[in-house]
Design a protein around this ligand. Structure first.
Ligand SMILES: [Zn+2]
Length: 414
């Protein structure tokens, strides 16, 4: 139907324009400060590092524009080009008209095919862009292996899960979406526990942080802050990238803290302690169950929308698919939902930044002052060539963490 076509085209256009505007104002802001950084920034980075961070930010922004335009073209072509319905009717004919497995394979295969056009861009980003600034540590062989392994893992997990979701319609009828949500949410919780144990080791090596001063120190911090960790693990992030990070996964008994080896090599023991205190802050302030609850609500809404779209005859037919088929509705939702959720990203990021401030405050308290946390954040910004002068609109829209200057201000406040 024409109206659905037009609304979809408009949504694609709006998002592209918004992305381009945000990126343009951000580049202008970075260029405005390129010669003389604001005093707060000059205190954080020496002149040479600052110049490098400006160059890195601008180059990433330009490259990001090219991939954004390209991805938008691919999406429009796939949605309006009529390839998917042809592929669908062909694949459904492989088995009986009600076979679920052909539809499952259709969705997964469509996902793989849609990711192929952006592969050259990903390659360029890793080996040219990141490489130019010294961040690439991967090799072509490792990169190709990662892609192959990633696809296999996607099929191994995606097939049974999608198959069960699509089968639910036949098993429980109209209320399938509530069961679908329950299945998917249960799966998500399970992955929080299994991911670091089963999936991550396929790509990285995790080793317990060895005995020594650092471990003793971090364990003492855990005892002091009410977070009895069994182990702290180190991940070999340096295998692929020079960027550094720390993260925290799981919940309850299954929580775990993982530090990048790059982080350990860049920070002093005291700074690492502050970073870990920040991560423990997320745990102690209850951010993890809150985030899980929010994602559950979003997921339930998503399922309700898919169920509604699948019931609405105009939806599938507008994109060339047969009415009453659930699999195409799933795929179309996967392709198009981002056009709407994009506009809600700032809300999620606003909440995320609030949590970051709370975790920083927790770290300040645990460390008996802001000095160690500020030192750690500064070093990370220097090593990662972070953009320290983003435009307000850009950071407000996209940043899950406050900017370094904002975090320092909050940390220094008593
Ligand atoms: Zn954090």
């Amino acid at each position: 139907m024409l109206i659905v076509f037009m609304v979809t085209a408009a949504l694609i256009g709006f998002r592209l324009v918004a992305e381009m505007v945000l990126s343009a104002v951000n580049r202008a802001e970075v260029l405005r400060h390129a010669d003389t950084p604001p005093p707060a920034v000059a205190a954080i980075m020496d002149a040479a590092t600052y110049q490098k961070s400006v160059a890195y930010t601008l180059e990433k922004s330009r490259f990001g524009n090219i991939t954004t335009i390209f991805d938008t073209l691919v999406l429009a072509l796939v949605i309006f080009g009529g390839v998917l319905p042809v592929m669908y009717s062909y694949m459904v004919s492989w088995a009986g008209p009600d076979a679920v497995w052909t539809r499952t394979v259709f969705i997964l295969l469509a996902g793989v095919l849609l990711s192929l056009p952006s592969l050259p861009f990903e390659w360029w980003e890793q080996f040219r862009l990141e490489g130019k600034f010294g961040f690439n540590k991967s090799t072509p062989g490792l990169w190709v292996m990662d892609k192959i392994k990633g696809t296999l893992v996607m099929f191994a997990i995606g097939f049974p899960l999608l198959w069960a979701l699509l089968s639910l319609v036949g098993w429980v009828g109209n209320a399938w979406w509530i069961w679908g949500f329950a299945l998917m949410f249960g799966f998500q919780l399970l992955m929080l526990i299994l991911y670091p144990k089963v999936i991550l080791p396929l790509f990285n090596k995790l080793t317990p942080l060895p005995e020594g001063e650092l471990r003793t120190r971090l364990m003492a911090l855990g005892d002091r802050t009410g977070f009895q960790a069994k182990t702290i693990e180190v991940i070999d992030g340096s295998k692929r990238s020079g960027h550094s990070n720390a993260y925290f996964t799981g919940f309850g008994r299954f929580r775990r803290i993982v530090l990048f080896d790059t982080l350990i090599s860049q920070l002093t023991a005291e700074e690492l302690e502050a970073v870990l205190a920040h991560e423990i802050g997320h745990y102690r302030r209850g951010h993890i169950p809150k985030m899980i609850a929010i994602s559950a609500v979003m997921m339930l809404s998503g399922f309700a929308v898919i169920a509604w779209l699948a019931r609405s005859p105009w939806f599938n037919t507008s994109f060339g698919f047969p009415v009453g088929e659930i699999a195409p509705s799933f795929l179309l939702f996967g392709l198009l939902s981002g056009l709407v959720t994009f506009w809600f990203a700032p809300l999620g990021n606003l909440l995320s930044r609030k949590y970051e401030y709370e975790a920083d405050a927790f770290a300040r308290e645990a460390m008996g002052g802001p000095a160690a946390m500020i030192a750690a954040l500064r070093k990370l910004a220097q090593k990662n060539l972070s953009n320290l002068t983003p435009h307000r609109w850009f950071s407000g829209f996209y940043y899950s963490h406050p900017t370094l200057v904002e975090r320092e201000l909050a940390l220094a406040k008593t």
